[in-house]
Design a protein around this ligand. Structure first.
Ligand code: DOR
Ligand code: ZN
Length: 346
């Protein structure tokens, strides 16, 4: 008997599409299954102003193959020089759906991020007034803090103080990786959301480091101990409105992943829906997949869910390409380590 599941078309609430030849190569991988995505602004140079975001959106739409529908939901990269009025205008025009906070030095292309959080107070206050969400890369950059503790310390030292000082600020904790992140988001009100990636539901730190270094499993925040992965799985499959999918699919060419100083990022755009169906089935929660991929995110972002539907069916092993060939070079697709039996019907 074929098992099948029909759900509202999913959205990806955290996606890296890059630019140029890489954008052209990876965009169809997301547009095939996802209707919309929150597009990360960490290009070189970053997407800082409303004008930058409008130009980037045009480049994304120009790269979309004929016949594919996809709506990029644009974000601005918060810097210490960001102009609150530019942010408000970009939001009022409908162009920008969130502002992204990278602590300077926390991850890929974060050098223009925030060092002194007091210097972005004006922007955050304006965002609280207009209800524009702040997407947060939640890791401290203090070299004295162990990399596996950086998320938990960020919540105490940075995130919670910012939220207390800025009542009404709507925040998305991006790509949470710890039981502390799950607990903090789970205890909050509806002004807080948390995205969870596909890969953090599958790998723990052993997958990266035991038996040899696996560069394609290296991302930031880095995968943690097994107890944290289990907390993320429980949260994602709980159906709780706080938690929704943000794949953080982050393509880098193989030459830069398999490198003496390899880039952070897992590329999951291609097989995310198959992997998630597998995870939700394993957890006995297939009936909550739709909440995670298609309902909770739009509700947080105050957008309607997609009207279109997709059907997932379970059958023979799905053969995904091991790599996507882009004009910038090959990009390795995330390997979950088990056969994928769920496919998105054409
Ligand atoms: O693994 C990651 N890759 N984490 C990030 O925060 C950034 C991303 C990227 O842009 O490559
Ligand atoms: Zn990201």
């Amino acid at each position: 008997m074929t098992q099948s599941l029909t759900i509202c078309r999913p959205d990806d609430w955290h996606l890296h599409l890059r630019d140029g030849a890489m954008l052209e190569g990876v965009l169809p991988e997301s547009a095939r299954h996802f209707a919309r995505a929150i597009i990360m602004p960490n290009l070189v140079p970053p997407v800082v102003t409303g004008r930058d975001a409008a130009a980037y959106r045009d480049r994304i739409l120009a790269a979309l193959p004929e016949g594919m529908a996809f709506e990029p939901l644009m974000t601005l990269y918060l810097t210490e020089d960001t102009d609150p009025e530019d942010v408000a205008a970009a939001h009022a025009s409908g162009l920008v759906k969130a502002v992204k906070l990278y602590p300077a030095g926390a991850t890929t292309n974060s050098a223009s991020g925030v060092r002194d959080f007091d210097r972005v107070r004006g922007v955050l206050e304006r965002m609280a007034e207009i209800g524009l969400p702040l997407c947060v890369h939640g890791e401290v950059t203090d070299p004295a803090i162990d990399i596996f503790d950086r998320e938990a310390v960020f919540i105490d030292r940075v995130l919670d103080p910012i939220r207390r000082k800025t009542p009404g600020l709507r925040v998305v904790m991006e790509h949470i990786t710890t039981k502390e992140g799950v607990a903090y988001a789970g205890a909050a009100g509806d002004d807080l959301g948390a995205t969870i990636t596909t890969h953090h539901l599958i790998i723990n730190r052993n997958h990266i480091l035991a038996g040899g270094i696996r560069p394609h499993y290296y991302c930031l925040p880095v995968a943690k101990r097994e107890e944290h992965r289990l907390a993320l799985r429980a949260a994602a499959t709980s159906g709780a409105p706080r938690f929704f999918l943000g794949t953080d699919s982050a393509p880098h060419i193989d030459a830069l992943k398999e490198h003496a100083c390899g880039c952070a990022g897992c590329f999951t755009a291609t097989n995310t829906m198959s992997i998630l169906a597998h995870v939700f089935e394993e957890e006995g929660a297939l009936d909550r997949l739709e909440a995670f991929t298609s309902l909770n995110g739009p509700a947080f972002y105050r957008l309607p869910p997609n009207e279109e539907r997709i059907t997932l069916t379970k059958g023979e092993t799905v053969d995904y390409p091991k790599k996507i060939q882009t004009g910038a070079g090959p990009v390795t697709v995330f390997e979950p380590g088990f056969p994928l039996l769920w496919r998105v019907a054409a």
